[in-house]
Write a protein that binds this ligand. Structure first.
Ligand SMILES: C[C@@H](O)[C@H](NC(=O)OP(=O)(O)OC[C@H]1O[C@@H](n2cnc3c(N)ncnc32)[C@H](O)[C@@H]1O)C(=O)O
Ligand SMILES: Nc1ncnc2c1ncn2[C@@H]1O[C@H](COP(=O)(O)OP(=O)(O)OP(=O)(O)O)[C@@H](O)[C@H]1O
Ligand SMILES: [Fe+2]
Length: 602
């Protein structure tokens, strides 16, 4: 099978042909996927939607024609092979009617050189998408082959799954207009975490525009960073969400104050990529997956790849980054996912094929993974090493053998559990040094988070929220000792009543002027009569309603990521919150959820 892919969401006018037979026969990915691209390069400033659309208008027909020529060559070669094979077998055959080769060739020449036309339906810039959509529709009709509408961000993920052979990886998409973590569950890709403001590439590009460098800025920052030294910049992670606005304005201010641009570039990379690596690790920990794939143009950055590889190596997970030609926007990934969708019968009627500039990855019904097992936390039976670790703690809890104790490796810390030690039991939590982080950043985060966790755990209890009693603190060693609480994590024992309790607890913290920072189903411990909050290390004092809404949103996302039927639980969370908290926080929460984050900057 051959599928034509067309990409043109923003800057890359690109067409590709995926030859699935060659792929199945073991051809290299450059043989199996032919890509022809023509990049739009703005004269000044960032990507301008109208100019980008003009570029698509000119370049798409050209790249499509080149790709189709390649498809015709492939078809001719295949025809010749077939003719030779049937000619040979004909010669060998003792009897049978002679085959009229000329007639067969002439009828084959009329066949389309591809079996389907796949195109990027979104997300992206409306004017660009419409040009791609029109071209794809026209081709599908002219060639009389089906049309396949591909979500560009899911294609960024699937190309990594395809080239790695991983089954159910977590995916970090680090591209220009986006930054998010995806994981498969129950027929959909779920967004586990994402940027709260701009995409990661756009954030970097804005800084380089400020210092007068041409678009795109990412490669220039990478080059300049080689000669840089570390300077302090903000670092903002909220559960598995993150934000770039603070760090970008600080970087601009530093530049205006005369700090060397190499130092800022170096430190931007260190902080931004450490943030992405941290949330990716948290996603691996939450899902129990031990496979990570990278997608998107920023994935071409060697420092980001190095950090992710190191993090995965240390937790015994596998990491895969596709070739750069599959990371930046390209039609190859559209053709490859298009082929899978086409095989699954997931094609579009012309009248249903309109483009969608805000197309989110979690809106896509995943038809092409068939009956593949979903990464289901409650019924997990994977064979990965992290899965085993998660299974082990689940077994312990299920068997009721709480005495077993042992070590748990969270995303951040090594936690030694000794439920029977002394009258309170004992939990020793040590925030381990992360070698992927710059030592100064690492030291700062571990110390700050240890102090904050101690302070807010106590403060929360004073506000009437059950938390473990703190018995010891050593900020230099980043170690805390707590009372042992609860019988299991909420993740293993979700119920409406307990989720309601978490809603009430969060509301109480917010009324007292601080947030938990990382409320997930694993950071709640459940006892018969009480629901404890633990792990306050990402908390902070704030009087911003946005921060409170984000706190609820983080827990909400963790429900979506953990439960097969999250809706009743999500309603219970809001109910609980409403009973103790302010309505305006829930109103803001709706805002946060409704916010389209695929706004491309210009
Ligand atoms: C929706 C779609 O149009 C959009 N496309 C997109 O963002 O292009 P992509 O090729 O995935 O990524 C481009 C970004 O990737 C950055 N980039 C390229 N090389 C880089 C490098 N070596 N280091 C850091 N960033 C790099 C560029 O600065 C630019 O911001 C997306 O995928 O979000
Ligand atoms: N006080 C406690 N009593 C009982 N169990 C606890 C306690 N503290 C932690 N645990 C157990 O250890 C696990 C990891 O703890 P914690 O969340 O503090 O570590 P972490 O490294 O910050 O994890 P993550 O960043 O993945 O949330 C918890 O999910 C819980 O099962
Ligand atoms: Fe992209």
């Amino acid at each position: 099978m051959r599928v034509l892919g067309i990409e043109g969401t923003a800057w890359a006018a690109s067409a590709a042909v995926y030859d699935s037979d060659a792929d199945a026969d073991g051809a290299s990915s450059s043989e199996a996927v032919f890509i022809e691209s023509d990049a739009y390069e703005p004269d000044s400033g960032g990507i301008h939607p109208r100019e980008a659309a003009e570029h698509m208008h000119e370049a798409i027909p050209r790249v499509v024609e080149t790709a189709l020529e390649h498809a015709r060559d492939l078809q001719e070669a295949a025809d010749e092979r077939e003719a030779r094979a049937s000619g040979d077998s004909n010669a060998d055959a003792a009897s049978g009617p002679p085959i009229d080769v000329d007639e067969r060739c002439s009828s084959d020449q009329q066949a389309a050189p591809v079996d389907a036309v796949a195109f990027s339906r979104g997300p992206g810039l409306g004017p660009c998408l419409r040009i791609v959509g029109t071209a794809a529709r026209a081709l599908s009709q002219a060639l009389e082959v089906p049309l396949v509408g591909v979500n560009h961000m899911v294609a960024h993920l699937e190309i990594g799954r395809h080239t790695s052979g991983f089954d159910s990886p977590v995916c970090l998409n680090a591209s220009g207009a986006n930054a998010h973590l995806l994981s498969y569950r129950n027929g959909r890709y779920r967004v586990l975490g994402e940027t709260m403001d701009t995409g990661v590439g756009n954030a970097i590009d804005k800084f380089t525009r400020h210092v007068g460098w041409s678009h795109p800025g990412g490669p220039k920052v990478e080059a300049a960073a080689e000669d840089g030294e570390y300077v302090d910049l903000p670092y903002v992670v909220k559960g598995m969400d993150f934000s770039f606005s603070g760090i970008m304005s600080a970087a601009k201010q530093q530049y205006d104050k005369g700090v060397a641009v190499e130092d800022i570039c170096y430190s931007l990379q260190e902080n931004i990529f450490a943030m992405l690596t941290e949330v990716a690790e948290r996603a691996l920990s939450l899902t129990g997956s031990d496979e990570l794939v990278l997608g998107g143009g920023v994935g071409q950055n060697a420092r980001l790849r190095e950090m992710l590889a190191e993090m995965c190596d240390q937790r015994g997970a596998e990491f895969h980054a596709p070739d750069p030609r599959f990371l930046r926007d390209n039609a190859g990934m559209i053709a490859v996912l298009g082929a899978k969708m086409y095989e699954a019968g997931d094609t579009l009627e012309i009248e249903d094929s309109r483009v969608n500039p805000d197309f989110r990855p979690d809106q896509v019904p995943v038809t092409w993974r068939g009956s593949e097992r979903s990464e289901d936390l409650e019924n997990a039976s994977g064979d990965g090493r992290n899965r085993e670790r998660a299974d082990e703690s689940e077994r312990r809890l299920e068997s009721g053998n709480e005495d077993a104790g042992g070590d748990v490796r969270g995303a951040e810390a090594l936690v030694a559990l000794e439920p029977d030690r002394g009258p309170l039991g004992r939990v020793t939590k040590n925030r381990r040094s992360k070698s992927y982080r710059h030592p100064e950043l690492d030291e700062r985060l571990r110390r700050e988070r240890t102090r904050i966790e101690a302070r807010l755990t106590n403060l929360a209890r004073r506000e009437g929220v059950p938390t473990p009693v703190l018995t010891e603190i050593d900020a230099r060693e980043a170690t805390l000792e707590f009372e042992y609480v609860g019988e299991s994590d909420l993740r293993e024992s979700l119920s409406l009543e307990r989720v309601r309790a978490v809603g009430r607890h969060l509301a109480k913290l917010h009324r007292a002027g601080f947030v938990h920072g990382d409320p997930t189903t694993r950071n709640v411990r459940v006892a018969p009569d009480r629901t404890f909050l633990i792990d306050f290390g990402l908390g902070y004092h704030t009087d911003h309603v946005e921060d409170y809404a984000m706190d609820v949103h983080v827990f909400d996302q963790s429900l979506v990521g953990t439960a097969n039927e999250p809706e009743p639980l999500r309603a219970a969370l809001r109910e609980g919150y409403r009973s103790e908290g302010e309505e305006r926080v829930l109103e803001r929460l709706e805002d946060v959820e409704g916010r389209g984050r695929y706004v491309s900057e210009s």
